[in-house]
Design a protein around this ligand. Sequence first.
Ligand code: ZN
Length: 214
Amino acid sequence: MERVEELLVSLIAPPNHQCYLCDREWPTAEDGLCDDCRRALKLAISPAPPVGLDGLSVGIQYCDALSSVFYRFKNMERRDYAPFLAQFISIPEEWNAELLLPVPLHWWREYRRTYNQSYLLSEYVSSRFGIPICPDLLVRIRHTPQQKMRSGKQRRNNRRLKGAFRAAPECAGRSIVLIDDVITSGTTLSECARALKKAGALHVYAACVACSTR
Ligand SMILES: [Zn+2]
């Protein structure tokens, strides 16, 4: 009898899961958030696309709670954050996107980290929007320092990113969407777009989870 009651309770009450943002055990909904965090998250107003891009789509505004989520996702092997974060990425239909391209890491960083977080996001975006991923069309040929500790002005002046990417000739004539987790200065996306357009890409867009205001 107890079992039947337990079963009934489990059917009526939503299961408790940890909220992705605040880590509380909470009856979370499909989006992985508790009610408080859902209220606190702000949808982003997409900023103007960085130089060289034909469009930019951003899901949510960066906030303190997200910083630890991104840190764990990128540096602590928390690949399980990918579907949670990818739900905030959207691809406008009018882009007529043909390919998704995760912003590449330098091979050495990817080797150290064992995965590219933008690729993990792309997998979920690809299955939701039915657009294939072609990660091999763009490579990062230069190892550049991580940007998170730099100020916006320094980032904009980050000359080291110039020529850091190389695109394959198969990009020619295609409409491509770069996928990244957070957009800060947009320098990295601009450099990717420059390499892709040099290789003949027709349109280059970017879709990100969050943008951080400066
Ligand atoms: Zn929460």
